[in-house]
Design a protein around this ligand. Sequence first.
Ligand code: NDP
Length: 273
Amino acid sequence: MSDSNSKNLGGLFDSQPLAGQHALITGGSRGIGAATSNALAALGASITLLARDVGKLKLQSDHLQAEYDAKVFYASTDITSEEDIADSFTQCVKANGAIDILVNNAGIGKSAPFHRMDLDFWQATMDLNLTGTFLCTKQVFEAMRERGYGRIVNIASTVGLRGYPYITAYTASKHAVVGLTRSLALEVVKKGVTVNAVCPGYTETDLVAEAIDNIVDASGRDGGDVKSEIENMSPMGRMVTPEEVAESVAWLCLPSSASITGQSIVVAGGSVM
Ligand code: NDP
């Protein structure tokens, strides 16, 4: 959709408020990214999915086409590679048109005590979570400014808003994503482009399953006990679901969310207030 006035009509009560829009989701093959692609496709957007594993991308693409009749483009892309990113963004614009919505979701959340963390560990986290967000945003930013419309949503974390032990690199990267979000939002506040962060608490995805496995390997503890401990860290007594995070992302992507910018929306069952 190119007419920004008609975009402004799309709100909660339209069944397909994102019809004619193109949404790109990094890390869209599984977890929060896949749930977000479902939510945006259900609202009528055409979808681009980027991640590395082409088999998982194809599975999610097939799902979007079968379930929502969505127009889908996907490309195996390492979000730490500037060259990969440039290629994939160029191809997806050819396939689905200019990007109206960018969801910077690809991320890793590995843990290590600071005294055992080396530069490679630190850099790998920053390269994906922070520099990947920067590089992907660079791909769409000028075009969104010129067209006078855009929605950028960065998936940060509650660790973007407070500290936790043993995840200093992850915490630093997500604080930086929140900072980038706030400053960038102000740069385009009069240009029809919003920039927001969504900050989930522990969410039931592969990322948390891997974290539980690592704790089990390192401590010999029972996996079920570790999972219960994580669930009980939330006042809700359970983890967030990927779909709950996706609903918040989708709301920020609505044309009618034009006045919500620079925000960090916490989806964490009261864990952070
Ligand atoms: P998952 O591990 O379930 O999924 C990660 C996605 O990112 C996959 O599609 C994966 O595909 C992709 N990805 C990973 N590395 C790269 C890379 N180098 N290049 C391109 N794509 C990549 O994670 P979640 O869904 O849990 O996490 C999504 C986001 O949400 C992350 O930014 C995470 O920090 C954040 N988050 C997650 C929380 C949680 O508890 N789960 C809580 C708070 C924030 P592939 O491996 O094929 O590349």
